[in-house]
Design a binder for this molecule. Sequence first.
Ligand code: AMP
Ligand code: MG
Length: 347
Amino acid sequence: MRQGAGLIPARNPEAVAVLGIESTAHTFAVGVVEEEKPGRVRVLANQRAMVKPDQGGIHPREAAHEHAEKAPGVLAAALKEANLRPEQLEAIAFSQGPGLGPCLRVGATVARSLAVRHALPLVGVNHCVAHLEIGRGLSGMVDPLLLYASGANTQVLALSRGRYRVFGETLDVGLGNALDKFARGAGIPFPGGPEVERLAAQADRAKLLDLPYVVKGMDMSFSGWPIAAERLVAEGHSLADVCHAIQEHQFAALVEITERALAATGKTELLLGGGVACNARLQEMARSMALERGVAFFAPPRSLLVDNGAMIAWLGHLKLRAGGAVAVEDSEVQPYERTDTVEVTWR
Ligand code: AMP
Ligand code: MG
């Protein structure tokens, strides 16, 4: 079938698997999923390649260049893992935003070419919403609140009047980016979060160094503490004790906002999402707060917490079922898309 002039190929009713492409920032990933039973996801493939800059942070154009180089290999690995040929797929989904423009365009280009080449519907999805939906699809939770803490994003989201509303968020940088910035200054390569966690585990837990804890209304700020933490290191405190203090202060801010959002919305389920949520200490703090409130708690496995293609495929599947395919000419990337502008048509 020729695709063009707004024509969207029909779904293949016999195919059940959707392929999803993630490329919002540092990760180029391809996942394949199917619906195991109503509302529940089965992950058939989840392959990824991550940019690791030699020095400094992520440079959007250089990262995009690396994504383009790695895309064919990651795609082939995902199809092999799923044991499917592209013709056997039901649709191609991709992260349409938010994210770094040059990186988003690589994923979108791969998605469009697959869709056109194999006459498959194309579905553009919101990356932040995908973090929430994969948690629902894995846990069977009905109406959870999501604490989403990743590199670039830090948000507390929940459904209200047809959209995922932002109940609290960072006013500046995402917590992951702040962790990576501090780590870089301390000579720890990207991504810094896992090493901060490893060091913090070696700290004297009875000792808690002072660091900024910035909560303003329902929002948080993370741009200031890395400088204060660097100062503590310069004053001679061990990196372990500083990392411990970082986790205790910044994760407490996350959990405080999350708890208040639970109280305000009355939601009874809490989900985690994003790379920072891999952190065992953050999981422990969030879980114990949820337990105390009688709120159900779920954290996806690490491979589905970090940026991944399976969550994009799963949201693509949900959106496709609700008639959310997009024509190629309408599929431009949305680097600044806000979570609460997305109409939740599939719930
Ligand atoms: P994402 O953007 O969702 O893929 O998450 C990547 C971010 O998660 C990076 O900023 C990492 O430093 C951070 N991260 C990954 N693992 C951990 C961890 N165990 N503790 C804290 N941060 C982490
Ligand atoms: Mg993410």
